[in-house]
Design a protein around this ligand. Structure first.
Ligand SMILES: O=C(O)C(=O)C[C@]1(C(=O)O)C=C[C@@H](O)C=C1
Length: 412
């Protein structure tokens, strides 16, 4: 069976005549003029009808049930209603209750609520993730979430339009939790931002370095400042908390005079903390890469540099990885990142060899980022080849690369 395509838009069906009793009617002539063509199962409509054939059929059923006879109309005294083939008119709902046609803004990949996009991030105000949300979407409404998982759910439940999540840092490496969550949730990567991360050592006003017995922060921030803390003579207990700004808030809220926090200078301002040391990251070009997630993917393009992120698994031994990577190498597609994570559904593969004994192999999910857009034929061909070698393959997103010129971190 074919699908239906209207050659007249449904909007034109709703051209109305005003009746004395203020009811709206529409001539069935328009309905009859609306000619449909069957296609391949989906209705491709420019007229604002539901996207599926079932939607279209139910629309027609509603319209058909509203067709009234010439007699009915004459009885009711509405003589100016047009009549075609015995099917006369439709009673329509008041104009203001009709569905509004979609506009280009509705179709935009960035739905705007009022003037602000709602962007979920993990942490509290002053966290680097909040700064990343502002870099990705200037003037957005940043929504703090206590966990990464909550940021994913905020988007899934339409509480937020986007989530901005750290994925890797130039010193501390990958944020594994977010790799795992990318797989568990069905959101799409729609962009990336790279944020220079400039850490400060914060303490309550009047507290000196010598008083400190503990430094608290996000584990990534602690890792990024490890050498500098030692150089500063701070061989004190390190304690991990959920986010950098949350560490500053905790010290301030509990009036802890023996504890410092590693966080941004903005966090110092927000929570009334003193900056004991500025720029304590072990490398001045410390950068965290964040990805932006949305419910819908963006349409990949070729007019600017794009990156594509995929995840795959295989069940035929390690040579598969070589074959997958060569699918990109042969097409001159550069890989920018490869990460492996435990295959949660099947973490161990037992290999029995009568001669050698039994071995237990760990199974992995491989995450690969490559520099090409899914709109490019070479990327499509590479993935078609990858699919042949893998038992599972998912495109996490194809999105514009962050090409902002490099500027070393200054007090984010
Ligand atoms: O704790 C924060 O401020 C965060 O935004 C999280 C986070 C991270 O997860 O890597 C972000 C950037 C820095 O690398 C340190 C911490």
């Amino acid at each position: 069976m074919q699908a239906l395509t209207p050659t007249t838009s449904l909007k034109s069906l709703f051209q109305t005549k005003r009746l004395p009793n203020a009811d709206r009617v529409v001539s069935t002539r328009l309905l009859i003029q609306c000619v449909y063509r069957f296609d391949s199962g989906n209705l491709t409509s420019s007229g604002g009808i539901g996207a599926s054939r079932a939607d279209w059929q139910s629309s027609c059923a509603i319209l058909a049930s509203k067709v009234v006879s010439q007699q009915d109309i004459e009885k009711s005294g509405n003589a100016d209603i047009s009549a075609v083939n015995g099917h006369k008119t439709l009673d329509l709902v008041p104009l203001e209750n009709l569905p509004k046609p979609l506009t280009i803004t509705d179709l935009s990949p960035a739905p705007i609520h009022g003037s602000e996009l709602r962007v979920a991030y993990q942490g509290v105000p002053g966290a680097y993730s909040e700064a990343a949300a502002g870099k990705a979407y200037p003037n957005c409404e940043a929504i703090p979430c206590d966990q990464f998982e909550v940021a994913f759910q905020a988007v899934e439940l339409w509480i937020a339009d986007r989530a901005v999540l750290p994925i890797e840092n130039s010193l501390g490496g990958s944020i594994h939790r977010n790799y795992d969550l990318l797989l568990r949730h069905r959101l799409h990567i729609v962009g990336e931002v790279q944020l220079p991360v400039h850490h400060c050592l914060l303490a309550l006003p009047g507290v000196r370095k010598e008083y400190l017995t503990r430094v608290i922060s996000h584990p990534q921030a602690l890792a990024q400042c490890e050498l500098t803390l030692t150089k500063l003579g701070l061989n004190v207990v390190r304690e991990a908390v959920d986010d950098t700004a949350g560490a500053a808030e905790f010290v301030a809220a509990n009036n802890l005079r023996d504890t410092a926090a590693i966080a941004s200078s903005r966090a110092a301002d927000l929570y009334g903390m003193n900056i004991l040391a500025d720029g304590i990251q072990d490398d001045s070009s410390n950068v965290t890469r964040f990805v932006m997630l949305a419910r819908e993917p963006i349409i990949p393009r070729t007019d600017r540099p794009f990156k594509t992120s995929i995840v795959f698994a295989h069940d035929k031994g390690t040579s598969v990885l070589f074959k997958v990577l060569s699918a990109f190498a042969f097409r001159n597609i550069s890989l920018t990142k490869i990460e492996s994570r435990p295959h949660r559904n099947r973490p161990i593969r037992v290999v029995d060899d009568a001669n050698v004994g039994t071995a237990k192999h760990f199974e992995y999910m491989f995450y690969v980022d490559f520099e090409a857009s899914m709109a490019e034929v070479r990327a499509q061909n590479a993935l078609a080849e990858v699919q042949e070698f893998t038992s599972f393959l998912r495109v996490l997103g194809s999105y514009p690369m962050d090409m902002t010129p490099w500027c070393p971190s200054r007090g984010e």
